[in-house]
Design a protein around this ligand. Structure first.
Ligand SMILES: [Mg+2]
Length: 257
């Protein structure tokens, strides 16, 4: 099997890279299977903190790729790792889905209204009351953290406002940006990779559709980077960006052959 990139470990972004909404991008499932069968280590590295690991396992398995929980690495995991090591004993007020809140609670993080930290996640159950409560805490000077910086999440029917957009809203109302962001391209996410993947960095490739998260994450960590044009980035955006990947392909399906 001939590959367009010389790597042993493939870190795949999900939204816009493997699928759009519930639809796999072309033969993405077959491509992932072939890479796995060829002995390549495949991981899925998503900033999307609205779902838990098991939901990603189910989604990929339902599409035809039998994913294992240990192949899924999320910004929620990076956030939990950060909170339990650098903010031990601190409580959080999360803006997150029920799946996100139960994941952080299960990790032993105290969740309460008058919390030390406002934690902004991809909250597809967000309402005005939660935003208001968060803003009150931020005005009191509580720490502001976010799971990831993406401004939108692509879907098959149109973009969803994501954490970056909500960060801008709260920054407008409280006058402050988050002091810590955990997902790609930032270092808490890289710590998750360091704990999971034990091969030389030049044998790792980050594959994704977004320059300022996926590709920058690859560059920041001395991995190779592969940009796919199946999601957010257009050839025009790439041409005018200072963030340049190792390889560019139309989709993940051109990695093979
Ligand atoms: Mg993406």
């Amino acid at each position: 099997m001939e590959l367009k990139i010389d790597a042993e470990v493939f870190l795949f972004d999900l939204d816009g890279t493997v699928y759009l909404g519930n639809k796999p991008i072309g033969d993405a499932v077959e491509t992932l299977k072939k890479l796995t069968e060829a002995g390549k280590k495949v991981f899925f590295l998503t900033n999307n903190s609205s779902r838990d690991k098991q939901e990603y396992v189910k989604k990929l398995t339902d599409m035809g790729y039998p994913a294992l929980p240990e192949q899924i690495l999320t910004s929620t995991m990076a956030t939990i790792q950060y909170l339990t090591t650098r903010r031990k004993g601190k409580s959080v007020y999360p803006l997150g889905t029920p799946a996100f809140v139960s994941e952080i609670k299960a990790a032993g993080i105290e969740v309460k209204e008058d919390a030390d930290i406002v934690l902004l996640a991809f909250d597809t159950t967000l309402n005005y009351e939660k935003l208001w409560k968060a803003n009150i805490l931020l005005e009191k000077g509580r720490e502001f953290m976010a799971t990831h910086p993406d401004t939108v999440c692509p879907s098959d029917i149109g973009d969803m406002p994501d954490v970056g957009a909500l960060m801008a809203l709260l920054e407008c109302s409280c006058g402050r940006a988050p002091s810590v962001i955990c997902g790609k391209p930032y270092s808490p996410m890289a710590e998750i990779i360091d704990k999971t993947v034990h091969v030389a960095r030049e044998k790792i490739v980050m594959v994704g559709d977004r320059l300022y998260t996926d590709i920058l994450f690859g560059i920041n960590n001395n991995y190779q980077s592969l940009l796919v044009l199946s999601g957010e980035t257009t050839p025009e955006m790439l041409a005018s960006s200072g963030i340049q990947p190792t390889v560019v392909l139309p989709s993940i399906n051109e990695i093979i052959g």
